[in-house]
Write a protein that binds this ligand. Sequence first.
Ligand SMILES: C[S@@+](CC[C@H](N)C(=O)[O-])C[C@H]1O[C@@H](n2cnc3c(N)ncnc32)[C@H](O)[C@@H]1O
Length: 505
Amino acid sequence: MWSEVLCDSGTMKHLRDHLIAADYRVDPVLDRITEAGQAGLGRNSTIPAATALGDADDPQATLIKMFVLGREVPRRDAARALPLARLEGTGLVTVTGDSVRAEVDIRPYGFEIPDTEPVAGAPATFDGWVVSDPTPGLDNDRRPTRPDYVLGVSPASTTLAGMTIPGHVGAALDLGTGCGVQSLHLSTHADRIVATDINPRCLHFARLTAALNNIDVDLRDGSLYDPVPESFDLIVTNPPYVMSPPRTDGCLVYREAGLQSDDLVRQVVTGAPAHLNPGGVAQVLANWAITDDQPWTERVAAWANGGADLWIIERERLDPFAYIEMWLTDAGLAGDATWEARYREWLDYFDALHITGIGMGWITVVNSGREIPDVHVESWPHEVVQPVGVALGARCRQVSAASMDDGELLGARWRIAPGVVSETMGSLGAPDPQYLVMRQGQGLKRATQLTTELTAVLGACDGDLPLGVIIDAVAQLMEADVASLRAQLLPGVRAAIVDDFLRLV
Ligand SMILES: C[S@@+](CC[C@H](N)C(=O)[O-])C[C@H]1O[C@@H](n2cnc3c(N)ncnc32)[C@H](O)[C@@H]1O
């Protein structure tokens, strides 16, 4: 049982001082457990890391054994590594006779801070810790995961952090904060952070994470937007998007909401515009249903609400079988006697809802104030360069630029964005290439095929001459009619602007 009182900021400061003194940081810990130890933890096996540590009893080794490997350590070692007297009774550790065991996972966590607007003297990296429940299933421990389990940093956490648009904001909302990891990211670029969760255990862990890292987070209990009457400049969330049959014995709150199909994601997306300041952005990592009774693009485009822009990118699609197997395994049911019954129940559930596939990807809602909202749904399963947040942030600006009327577009000066390259392909010895492709070297790594004329025009866009002058010069060179070349090229130019190949000077 925890004590909110004993886990106060004074205790967490003492704990922080001890973690720092022991050099309990990302790189030193990774070095200490060796590559084999890291790979082992990736397979939920602690033995390779424990082997690397051997009998070491220095504070760093003790902290790794306790908080990463979940092992009991002698009281004498724990007392050297931790402010043990202060931690007793907090619920963070249990002392039994001469042994001490951690009740939580405390893991070093760090990241590079995107330098969109570098501030002199501001740190380039964040180096801290995340507090969560211990990893379930370590070393084939088959105890079932508790329904209110608090997940630590997961691949979904880092994907959401990577897709978050960087840059300074005033107020930010971390909806469904879990262990509080997104709030750590937000603390590097938001003045104020509100973090919510429906699970009180999550709020407790998020409070510990915030206190340990000495950041201010306004934590609120409640579902979706219920606890937030106010609006934000940035909302980030990876809500419990797993679509699964309702269960009488309770769902896993960290991944399932108990709503039908993708209704929770729909509510998050449609509810966002009412909580966004002008220009504010909501970013959602989500799953959605692909059904056999409606085109998926049409189905999710209908989530556009409140006049806000909506951009949905499907990154991956799974068939129901692969999806069900993935999440049954995540629940620790691989090898369980109930596996097939649960599997079939899940298939029947999808069948009844006409779900034939599951889309997984990124959703961006922007309160752009545009007269006609930009609603765009696409599949982009290709490799991207993380962090992709800057590229996601560019679309709103670029859509505005691309919606100039023809006269403004032709009169403006444009420049090819940094990192864009051209590629030609064709048969060896052929006088002309068969394909001309323009490709981004960063962000979404878009690629688009070009005509010779568009290549000539975009290639000359270096910010010096207005677009109209460049097209006229190309028309002259190619002995083409100016008006028809303009009409022919403008759609391609607009597409190049929206996809951020071409920027307004
Ligand atoms: C997949 S976890 C994400 C945790 C964290 N944001 C991260 O990046 O690791 C989803 C979180 O949403 C919370 N949650 C579940 N239902 C919710 C609801 N209706 N409203 C708000 N949060 C909810 C869960 O308790 C869990 O902490």
